[in-house]
Design a protein around this ligand. Structure first.
Ligand code: CDP
Ligand code: CDP
Length: 219
């Protein structure tokens, strides 16, 4: 596993990580790791089992034993397609609440590294460049204003049939940003050697081109 090239794309909620990562993976022909989905799946599975968001040891046990499959765009938990369910904003919020626990992050550590396979991997999340793949060939940190991100998330949620409004979303995003940035274990921050890209006024295509350009020059 070690040795295959990795591109990490980190950043806050709705900065465009997932979209940019999946397009970059398609261009390079690389595997894709949506690490946030692992935290969302742990959030969903633990909520179903009635486990409290502060019970770090039980949450870590669930994270370690999640029965999951990623097939194309589908995310399968215990044999059931939960791709839609895990995108609910309430699950994102619970994911950020359980992601503060060191034991939960440790339980997901090896699972994330296992995605590093030939010919390469594009991984998106919060700590891909800082903690999980510190030796990545290219590290990118996406940012965008909280207003731009809330507007994007509002459109994305309503396209998916979830009800959402701008005021609640702004509040949720600020709460998640604050918690993700302030936590002591693997906080959201750019790696020292990351390229920063503000996508507030940038199309997805332009962002993808920038990342591919950096990658080609990184060899
Ligand atoms: O993965 P993350 O939460 O960072 O964001 P995403 O799910 O990739 O993007 C959130 C939404 O913003 C998606 O609907 C993207 O199509 C949109 N987006 C955009 O309009 N312009 C960008 N430069 C990046 C993302
Ligand atoms: O798509 P969005 O950026 O809203 O969230 P996500 O990437 O699906 O992640 C959901 C939550 O999981 C985040 O708010 C983080 O607290 C946590 N997370 C994390 O701590 N580390 C990662 N590598 C990925 C996600």
């Amino acid at each position: 596993a070690v040795g295959h090239p990795v591109v990490t794309i980190d950043g806050p909620t709705a900065s465009g990580k997932g979209t940019v990562a999946s397009r970059v993976a398609a261009v390079l022909g690389f595997h894709l790791l949506d690490s946030g989905a692992l935290y969302r799946l742990t959030a969903l599975a633990s909520a179903r089992q009635g486990v409290a968001a502060d019970d770090a040891e039980s949450l870590a046990g669930i994270a370690a034993t999640l029965d999951i499959r990623f097939t194309g765009n589908d995310v399968v938990l215990d044999g059931c397609d939960v791709s839609h369910e895990i995108r609910a904003e309430a699950i994102g919020l619970r994911a950020s609440a359980i992601a503060v626990h060191g034991p939960v992050r440790n339980a997901l550590f090896a699972r994330q590294r296992a995605f590093r396979e030939a010919p390469g991997l594009v991984a998106d999340g919060r700590d891909m460049g800082t903690v999980i793949f510190p030796d990545a060939r290219l590290k990118v940190f996406l940012t965008a204003s909280v207003e731009a991100r809330a507007a994007r998330r509002l459109k994305q949620l309503s396209d998916k049939g979830f009800s959402a409004n701008m005021d609640d979303l702004l509040k949720d995003l600020r709460e998640r940003d604050a918690r993700d940035t302030a936590r002591t274990v693997a906080p959201l921050k750019p790696a020292a050697d990351a390229f920063l890209l503000d996508t507030s006024e940038m199309s997805i295509e332009t962002a993808v081109d920038a990342v591919i350009g950096w990658y080609r020059r990184s060899a």
